[in-house]
Each structure stands twice: as C-alpha cells, then as structure tokens.
Ligand binder design. Structure first.
Ligand SMILES: O=C(O)[C@H](O)COP(=O)(O)O
Length: 312
C-alpha cells in the first residue's frame, strides 16, 4: 500500500508508524502539482498540511485514495463533501497543536501590549528611550475570543493565569455548556459586536467557512476599543487586511499579530499593504507548528492513516 506525503512532516513518525508501506515523502510535492498528481495514481493515502488543495483535479488523479491525513486542524484546503461522496476518510490532528497556538497568542498579546522589545539597536547605540517604551501590562486586561473551541480554551486558561478577564463569542456553544464555567473562572458569553467593543485583546479562533469569511471587516475593526490588539492565528480571509493596516497606521488599534493571510505565501505584491505598518507582527503560518507539536501531530496522523489502511 502506498502513502504519499506532499508537505513537511516529522520523519521519525514516518519511520516509526508507517513502516511496511510504500512511502513517497517529498515536502516539495505541494509546489509541483503535475508530479503530485502522477504520484497519486497508485496511492492509498495522502498526508498534507494546509497548502495542498485536496479537491478537483487532485482527487480525480487518485482513484484508489482511501484516507487523507491532515497535519493540522483547519480543513479548508480539503473538499470534505467530495471525500465523503467517495468514501475517503479525512483525519485532522485535533488537539495536537493546541498548546503551540495558545502560546503564540499569549506571547503576541504580551509583546504587543508591552512594546518594550524592539529597541535593542537603539539601546546598544546609547539611546535610553524609557518613556517611549513604557508599555501596558497584560494583567487586568480583557481577552475576547472569537470562537471558543479547544484552542481558544487553552488560550483562555493561560490568559486567566496571567490575570486577564475573559469573554468569548461562540454561537455554536450552548449557553448551558460547562465550557463557559471552567475551573479557572467564568468566561462571559457575548455577541460579536459587544465582545469587540469590550476587549483589550481580541483573538480569532474560528475556521474559514462562508460564514466567517470577511467576519472582521472595516466596520467591525472600527468597533474595537481604541488601542486594542487583534491577533489572527486562525485563517486568512477572516480579517480584512487593508482595513486592519489602515487602522494600525491611523493609530486606532494598538497592535496586531497575523500568522495567516488571504494569500499564502504572502508575495511582495500581496504583502505591500503591510509595508511599514507600525506595531504589526507578521509570521508565516507557524503558530501551530513547534518542534513539539510537529512531533505530536505527525505521530497522531501517521497512526491514524496506518490504522485506517490496515484495519479500516
Ligand atoms: O490547521 C492548522 O492546525 C494549522 O494550519 C497548522 O497546521 P499545518 O501546519 O499542517 O498547516
């Protein structure tokens, strides 16, 4: 049986959990669509991250495909309907990268509120900009989570330990759900606009769907508190990038961290909107990927695919 892996994965997991299968591991395959389609002709399983588009042509080139392993949790790069229709099982790495994303969000919130860490060169050259670097504390601030699933809950737990108060907006979570009353203190359930108006830090934790595309547009950014921080480690397409850049340039918002973009990789043309925007952290879709999470995610998916091919 053949397993094709078209993006990077922990090689130890391939050796430990996929031995005995014919493996084509080529992290560059995602950028060579023809070679990928050719490789899929005899494949029983495909393992991808977020860049391989598992739909249309690609599925048509894989007549024997039985399982897709997703080395992450977002499934917007997979045509789930088409997979269901063909009986192809899709395995996301649910739970395996929560810690990585939660730590990314907390770090970004603290960096952006404090604003003290960008002056190394000036300090080495003899500047002593104490007043300019007098930032804000995270303790006592309100964190608003848009979406209150597993990653948002891990983020909330860490924020509570730092003395933040918490609100979340999640229309899919019933008002009586125990998740609103965690052991570290209450999480206030709010409509989206009220959450935006009342939060010092807003972090997004929703998948990209027709419903969430464009959710945080210019009007919603305008509802945020003056000086507030926006963090998007969820998916590009949820935040209007030009409107966010404009709000940062105007000093309306205090800062933002973007790990995901409408277009990935962000090429020079798409990135131009962010050039010289103040208080903005840009990272290349790495919030969910640490050495530890890559190990966990890879082992979980390798085992799920092996189980499916041998037992399923
Ligand atoms: O959906 C996810 O979990 C993130 O996109 C990270 O996963 P990836 O690195 O496999 O895309």
């Amino acid at each position: 049986m053949k397993v094709v892996i078209s993006e990077f994965m922990d090689e130890a997991a391939i050796a430990a959990d996929l031995s005995g299968f014919e493996i084509l591991y080529d992290p560059g395959l995602v950028d060579r669509p023809e070679a990928l389609r050719a490789a899929l002709a005899g494949a029983d399983a495909l393992i991808v991250r977020n860049r391989t588009q598992v739909r249309g042509d690609l599925l048509a080139a894989a007549p024997g495909l039985r399982a897709v392993g997703r080395l992450g949790v977002g499934l917007d790069n997979i045509d789930l309907e088409a997979c269901r229709a063909r009986g192809i099982a899709v395995y996301p790495a649910t739970g395996a990268n929560d810690t990585a994303v939660a730590e990314y969000v907390i770090t970004a919130a603290m960096l952006l509120l404090r604003g003290a860490y960008g002056a190394s060169r000036a300090v080495a050259e003899g500047a002593w900009p104490r007043n300019a670097l007098m930032g804000r504390e995270v303790a006592g601030k309100r964190l608003g989570l848009v979406g209150f699933g597993a990653i948002a809950r891990e983020t909330a737990r860490r924020a509570a330990a730092l003395g933040m108060s918490l609100s979340a907006h999640d229309p899919y979570l019933a008002p009586g759900d125990a998740a609103w009353r965690p052991d570290y203190g209450p999480v206030e359930s709010l409509p989206l606009d009220a959450l935006l108006a009342g939060s010092d830090v807003v972090s997004l934790h929703v998948p990209l769907t027709p419903e969430t595309r464009g959710l945080i547009g210019a009007d919603r950014i305008a509802r945020m508190r003056p000086g507030a921080i926006l963090i998007n480690a969820a998916r590009g397409g949820i935040v209007d990038e030009a409107a966010l850049a404009q709000a940062l340039r105007a000093g309306r918002l205090g800062g933002a961290a973007l790990d995901v973009f409408e277009r990935e990789p962000l090429d020079a043309a798409a990135g131009a909107v962010f050039r010289d925007v103040p208080n903005l952290i840009l990272t290349p879709h790495i919030a969910g990927v640490t050495q530890e999470s890559n190990t966990r995610v890879s082992a979980l998916i390798a085992r799920a695919v092996r189980r499916h091919l041998t037992e399923g």
